[in-house]
Design a protein around this ligand. Structure first.
Ligand SMILES: [Zn+2]
Length: 215
């Protein structure tokens, strides 16, 4: 199954995409994670990507496209994949379709996690990521104490783009560039909305129903 996760920043794309990838045994491909890894390792790609991400801007289409095509060409994607954080523009969506068509494949579902904007902003401000295992937590979770990862004991840090002024820029990018994607996929009847305001478990249940998986 080939699935795309969309939704505004902080909607829970990463968390749920990761979970679903474990359930379906297909890779979870997060362009954000790929960029952040490269930034922390100061690779050539990371240095370029950082110029955009640190301002809340989208990395240019041609850079993102080549990374995704590379990744999707790997063998572990043969049985399916979950894309998270990609595509973010109409150009990227069209390019992805062309690429998949060339391999006789297509996107099966586009999952749009729906959460109200003021809730998202609060979530992003309290979000922390483990610097070791990359798990994501919220300061509101009782298991999170002293900026220490409950899973591995690593140090929890704020993502560079989770600062209020950058968050605002990310929402502007989302409204201008990513929202038009929803119409594109809705027209092809593969867009599935899943409410993401309630608990983690309820949101996961909504997502599974949206893509016709019943546990
Ligand atoms: Zn950890």
């Amino acid at each position: 199954m080939n699935i795309i996760f969309v939704g505004a920043p902080g909607a829970g794309k990463g968390t749920h995409a990761k979970k679903l990838s474990e359930m379906l045994n297909i890779p979870h491909i997060s362009t954000g994670d790929i960029f952040r890894d490269n930034i922390s390792q100061q690779t050539e790609l990371g240095i370029v990507a950082d110029k955009y991400i640190s301002k809340g801007m989208l990395v240019p289409d041609e850079i993102t496209m080549s990374i995704v095509k590379d990744r999707l060409s790997k063998e572990d994607c043969d049985d399916g994949f979950i894309l998270d954080g990609f595509p973010r523009t109409l150009v990227q969506a069209e390019e992805l379709d062309k690429f998949l068509e060339g391999k006789n494949r297509k996107v099966d579902y586009v999952v749009n996690i729906l959460v109200e904007e003021d809730v998202l902003i609060q979530r992003l401000l309290s979000r922390r990521v483990c610097s070791q295992c990359k798990s994501t937590f919220s300061l509101s979770q009782t298991c999170v104490k002293n900026d220490t990862c409950p899973k591995c004991g690593g140090k929890l840090v704020k993502r560079d783009d989770d600062k209020i002024e950058i968050i605002k820029e990310r929402f502007i990018s989302y409204h201008n560039q990513t929202e038009p994607l929803l119409n594109y996929y809705a027209a092809r009847k593969i867009l599935r909305n899943a409410k993401g305001m309630e608990s983690y478990e309820q949101t996961l249940k909504n997502i599974l129903e949206a893509i016709d998986i019943t546990k």
